[in-house]
Design a protein around this ligand. Structure first.
Ligand SMILES: [Zn+2]
Length: 133
């Protein structure tokens, strides 16, 4: 691997990536919480969850939304050292990262390769940067 320059805002990058990771785990943990509804007593079409379920659901939802929102806000403050645009934010909806096999895609969703390899690429100019330890 060639020597990429160290990204000057590595701390911000890692904070943003961590929050996004937490947000993704939180988003996923909503599924079992929502699945609980299936076990609660039903009255026709409506489930009757116990009193603790509402706050739990709202709490988990609020936590992952907050984490993802904070991640995006931090990401908006980052600037690529080369093109000076936020290196992780793309507004173009057609932008797709290269397709990965499903298992790898799932793993990358929870454990972004950038964080494992400590290297990332600016989405705008393609410059590669290392993350400082
Ligand atoms: Zn760039």
């Amino acid at each position: 691997m060639e020597d990429a320059p160290v990204f000057t805002q590595s701390k911000l990058y890692e904070r943003s990536a961590r929050l996004l990771q937490i947000g993704r785990f939180g988003l996923t943990s909503i599924l079992p919480v929502a699945a609980l509804l299936l076990w609660f007593p039903r009255d026709g079409r409506y489930a009757h969850p116990p009193a603790w379920w509402g706050p739990l659901f709202l709490g988990v939802t609020g936590a992952w939304m907050g984490a993802i929102l904070a991640s995006v806000i931090i990401a908006a403050f980052m600037k690529c050292d080369r093109c000076f645009r936020p290196p992780t934010i793309v507004w173009d909806l057609k932008h797709r990262s290269p397709a990965a096999p499903e298992r790898q895609a799932i793993r990358d969703f929870f454990f972004p390769p950038e964080m494992r390899l400590k290297v990332f690429e600016c989405v705008h100019c393609g410059a590669r940067f290392q993350l400082s330890r």
